[in-house]
Design a binder for this molecule. Structure first.
Ligand code: FAD
Ligand code: SF4
Length: 490
């Protein structure tokens, strides 16, 4: 334990973001790092509990608690307090392949289950994690680790998001020859083309990819497996396959007016925007001068808001069907569960700075898209819903009579979540799927219904988080390694 009385002496201090009204003028990351002294004080707040919950990564009453990759949090908090940054980095990399990603984008379930959080603000675990790894890169401590020997076994990893990358990293370090196939033109999955630059700089993603390539992982972009390269060819050329294709099928909103021009899936918008920023080619959907409505919340909705503001939209409104969450944990949502409380994310803060109000309208449904005679979107008919009155067999809420209104919009982004993986891969490999159309495999061995084919990430567990994808990729690598090294493959 760094400082036994640290949690009594120091208050939690969240790291600063650059001021919202100035950062919206660029696409650079918005976080500002604490200085050394402040970070060490924050590390000293860790109580090194006898039974720490922050690193458990367990699901309690169907809710995740603690760090899914089981980061050794009290250990590195202690090392940070002592100023032993390089040792802290070693401990961090022991459990997490990519702390520079989670330290930026993770919602930090660890902080929700920090014991100090029972009656005080929890330790700032996520900022400490990010700073440890950022310092590691700045000081040249993160260098390629060449596998000592090669097994001669070849593994195909299909999909290059955090699950595929974590799996490839683990298997490569175990000595296998790993090729990652990606259908897009860049590696990284949603790290590259989903989460925008201001939250996760693409140079930071590329830095890790370059490291993996130096360590021997082969990357093949522009290969849509199941279309450009058959399942049979993959199975002929590789000893094992790990499928990490994400959950990329977007949920639609099939209401009157859906075919009007100006309604897009969020990922088409975000992907185009990042691709244009990186290549300066193409014509991304542009919100400049337009009234924008984002339907749906979560990270995707926030990212659409932040992107539209940077492009110079005239207004932005965010519709959420759910009620506004409470400011404090409800009794039904006790510690150490993830606290379901009202949060203001970066996009909401930016909308408030630019337009003077939080953009979110809660308990609001879209009834109809409204257009002009040329089939261009001009607005949305919306209405309030009442969650205390369900309509059995129809919806768990009822419309509030007389609450209907029309809001102006020339652009709508649908950020309503995802319905699982596209089926091309499971059909090509002849894999069984679960009732939600995810690729069927249990959490322990990640084995699909076909021998030697494993799966991990959003395509197995459904739409989730970067940190869960990393955990899944690591676990699938363990199972795949066991398969490759057992005397007679099971
Ligand atoms: C807009 C957005 C913002 C998000 N923000 C956050 C956040 O802030 N924090 C957080 O923790 N999580 C966030 N998430 C969720 C997180 O990004 C995902 O849970 C995570 O990326 C899933 O990782 P994955 O490796 O399973 O899949 P993905 O990252 O989706 O990667 C799958 C890859 O497989 C490729 N692929 C698919 N089919 C084929 C094929 N047939 N052949 C070859 N390649 C194929 C795809 O092109 C893609 O690159 C966000 C998600 C979205 C959509
Ligand atoms: S990966 Fe996420 S949950 Fe784990 S320590 Fe980092 S911020 Fe917390």
């Amino acid at each position: 334990m760094g400082k036994p009385t640290g949690f009594m002496e120091f208050d939690r201090r969240d790291e600063d973001n650059r001021p919202a009204d100035s950062r919206i003028g660029d696409w650079d990351e918005f976080i500002v790092e604490h200085d050394e002294k402040e970070l060490r004080s924050q590390g000293a707040r860790c109580m090194d509990c006898g039974v720490p919950f922050c690193h458990t990564g367990e699901v309690v009453q169907r809710m995740a608690t603690g760090c899914p990759v089981n980061n050794l949090i009290p250990e590195w908090n202690h090392l940070v307090y002592q100023g032993k940054w390089e040792e802290a980095l070693q401990r961090l990399h022991h459990t997490n392949n990519f702390p520079e990603f989670t330290g930026r984008v993770c919602p930090a379930p660890c902080e929700g289950s920090c014991v100090l959080g029972i009656n005080e603000p929890p330790v700032t675990i996520k900022s400490i994690e990010r700073t440890i790894v950022d310092r590691g890169f700045e000081n040249g401590w993160v260098v390629p680790r060449m596998p000592k020997q090669r097994s001669g076994k070849r593994v195909a990893v299909i999909g290059s998001g955090p699950a595929g990358l974590a799996c490839a990293d683990q298997l490569n370090q175990a000595g296998h020859l790993v090729t990652v196939f990606e259908r897009d033109d860049r590696i990284g999955g949603l790290l590259m083309y989903g989460i925008p630059n201001m939250k996760l700089d693409k140079g930071i993603v590329q830095r890790r990819l370059d490291l993996l390539a130096k360590e021997g992982v082969e990357f093949r972009t522009g290969v849509n497996v199941g279309v450009d390269l058959s399942a049979e060819e993959i199975q002929d050329r590789f000893d094992a396959t790990v499928i990490c294709v994400g959950a990329t099928k977007p949920r639609d909103l099939k209401i009157p007016g859906r075919s009007l021009t100006g309604i897009h899936f969020a990922m088409d918008y975000l992907r185009g925007s990042t691709s244009f920023l990186l290549s300066q080619h193409g014509e991304p959907i542009n919100a400049a001068g337009k009234d924008v409505v984002v339907i749906g919340g979560g990270d995707t909705g926030t990212d659409c808001i932040g992107t539209a503001i940077r492009q110079g939209c005239r207004s932005v409104t965010n519709l959420e069907i759910v009620n506004r969450p409470p400011d404090q944990r409800a009794g039904s949502n006790p510690w150490p569960q993830w606290p379901l409380v009202f949060r203001t994310d970066y996009g909401h803060a930016e909308a408030k700075a630019k337009f003077g109000a939080d953009p979110r309208l809660f308990a609001t449904e879209t009834i109809e898209f409204v257009g002009d005679s040329d089939w261009n979107l001009t607005g949305l008919k919306i209405g309030k819903v009442d969650w205390s009155k369900e309509r059995p067999g129809v919806a768990p809420f009822s419309p509030v009579e007389g609450s209907e209104e029309v809001v102006n919009a020339q652009l709508v982004f649908l950020a309503l979540g995802f319905l699982g993986p596209e089926q091309v891969i499971s059909e090509a490999f002849g894999l069984e799927t679960d009732p939600r159309s995810n690729i069927l495999a249990n959490e322990d061995d990640h084995e699909t219904s076909k021998l030697g084919i494993f799966t991990a990430g959003d395509c197995r567990r459904g739409q989730s988080l970067v940190v869960w994808a990393i955990r899944e990729g690591r676990n699938a690598a363990i199972a795949c390694h066991k398969y490759l090294t057992s005397p007679v493959p099971a």
